[in-house]
Design a protein around this ligand. Structure first.
Ligand code: DX5
Ligand code: ZN
Length: 229
């Protein structure tokens, strides 16, 4: 079955809170994933950092593979690495359903997006807060997803930057219904509604879920706040 089917499901669903597993308890990955499934999340957001593209080092294919074995939830893999085109196939093989690369990390985003699509995965393109939408306008037709970073990529727990809202509004005008808009970084009870109102359909949340005792309550509260009024 095509992995790209998840894109259709996510496009037709109401705004979705996606947990970023960066701050989860990796000693108990299975328990964490079960609790997130019970909380009703519709996909898992996995942050891959190489210590070069960003000043932080997280995990790679083995954690993606472990999540693949644990759940049928779509895996939304956010690559914050240099030369991501060298690793696309291996993340595909590890079980990624959506693979997002940073526009700042590639010379030809369109080439890499086509490479991802050729592997039957959803192709995403991310931009950091100081990268204008104009930089990726030419590649938008090949994007199944555009990820607008509301913090500089590299760490959880940072403060939300409002420039992301302007970009979401601008992208909402530029992209068709077949492109998902995602926001990531500092999304919490104070910022999530504005993100949805600006056009974000996928709302990545790290500390505002994993610093809470009950993931189910945190996800429900955030989802309620994200719903259009
Ligand atoms: C940061 C990552 C985010 C981060 C979000 O580079 O891409 O996914 O984990 O965490 P919070 O919600 O704590 O900002
Ligand atoms: Zn992320």
């Amino acid at each position: 079955m095509s992995r790209r089917r998840h894109l259709v499901e996510l496009r037709h669903a109401p705004p979705a809170v996606l947990p970023s597993l960066l701050l989860c308890d990796f000693r108990n990955l299975e328990r964490e994933v079960r609790q997130l499934e019970e909380a009703g999340v519709r996909a898992l957001h996995l942050d891959v950092m190489d210590g070069r593209f960003v000043p932080n080092l997280t995990y790679g294919m083995p954690i993606v593979e472990a999540c693949r074995r644990l759940t049928d939830l779509p895996l939304d893999v956010h690559l914050m690495i240099q030369q991501p085109q060298q690793y696309i196939k291996r993340f595909h093989d590890a079980g990624a359903d959506i693979i997002t690369v940073h526009a700042e990390a590639v010379d030809s985003p369109s080439e890499v997006l086509s490479q991802i699509r050729d592997l039957d995965c959803g192709a995403g393109l991310a931009i950091n807060p100081d990268t204008p939408v104009a930089k990726i306008e030419g590649s938008l037709p090949l994007c199944d997803l555009v990820l607008v970073m509301s913090v500089p990529a590299g760490f959880g727990g940072q403060s939300f930057q409002g420039v992301a809202l302007e970009k979401l509004r601008c992208l909402k005008q530029l992209v068709g219904d077949d492109t998902l808009l995602e926001v990531d970084g500092g999304v919490n009870g104070e910022t999530i509604h504005d993100c949805q109102a600006a056009g974000a359909q996928l709302l990545v949340v790290g500390s505002a879920i994993f610093r809470e005792a009950s993931y189910r309550d945190a996800v429900r509260k955030l989802t309620d706040l994200a719903l259009p009024v």
